[in-house]
Design a protein around this ligand. Sequence first.
Ligand code: FES
Ligand SMILES: [Fe+2]
Length: 427
Amino acid sequence: MSINSQLSPETMEEIKKTRDNLHKARHLPGYFYTSDEIFQLEMDKILMREWLCVGRVEEYEKNGDYQAFRIANEPVVVCRGQDGQIRAFRNLCQHRGVEVAVGKGNRKLFVCRYHAWSYDTLGNLKAAPHSEQVQNFDFKSCGLPKLNLATWGGYIFINFNPNCPSLNDCLDEDGVREFAAFLQPEKTRLSHKFEFEVPCNWKFVPENLMDMYHVGVIHKSSFGAHFPVEHFRYNLIGRGYNAVYEALTMAPNGVTLFEPMPWLKNKVGDKFGCTTWVRPTMNIFGRHDLIQPWVATPITPNQTRVTIYTQLPEEFFEMPGFAEKNQIYGDFIELVATEDLAMLESLQNGVNSRGYTPGPTVNLERAIHHLLNYYIDKLLDDDQTNRKLRIDQGQKYLAEGDKIYPDPIDAGYSKSFGEISQSQGSQ
Ligand code: FES
Ligand SMILES: [Fe+2]
């Protein structure tokens, strides 16, 4: 199915505007956030092809720990098998397709609620009442279909495409592993998880999280009061981007209640922020004392689940007063999310309006422009158009910046981060 045959000539013209240079470009037509046809194309071209983050390994500590969820209409179960290995399966009973695993918990056996077919934690069918009546019934071929699963930094990713490139290759195309290595997410543990549904299209979530334009406005009372937007520089790389910037931690008034993460001690100061997009549905944020990824999970064109993970170093969990401090951090990110949620709802309402016209993009929307074009590239099966140009222009913009923060890797974790002052906040 080609997008060209789906869209009116008028809409194809509108896409051209999104594909123009940043300072001439327009945001995407509203149709792209509301249409069922576009959502199905996204499933075919993006969501069923790319690696999608679905959680942290420490959420599956014991053998038999599992979580069941849906990505759009696709039911999935992730489970640590009795052999200790974490796997993902299509959560589809091989009898009539009912979801075998429900919610989350710990099981040795998943018994389908409908007619009691039973599967072990490795996905093998172990029992199927009355199956002796079926000619040549083959238990071995009736296991839960396995999905590709890989981990990086303690994050679990799945991929619905059996022939997908490796997770590492995909992350490396956008420089994610190289950029985020210094954060050492594998040495942290999940300290808080906040999950909510928002009535908006999934693309608005990553767009909102790479939009530094809104931080000093909607978040002015929480963390954005003194956001130094004039200093923010997006580093476009591959189909993704990353940034290092000046920011206090994600706690009330930006005041840290913890130490820096041990591996960042004396390497970054307390006004350190960084972010990277892990296409297509994950944005990771780092501070000197925490890591905080947001993950969007599409439900329908107009409904998305958002999960915000907060991770802290293992050793923090043993500190005196940890539970209270962790609660304060948790409450704060929930407050920030509530501010975003109101905007996400309103964005969706806006694109549904018959009077909606996409507006222009500005420098602080450079990453959104890059994302929208990645997205159009994918839908059009046109993976190269303008990508190099956008990146070259982005690098030129970086080079022309009045104040460039050193890359933490190149700079050997420059201590200068601690000396940047006056401003706070970004997420
Ligand atoms: S649908 Fe699961 S046992 Fe029939
Ligand atoms: Fe926000």
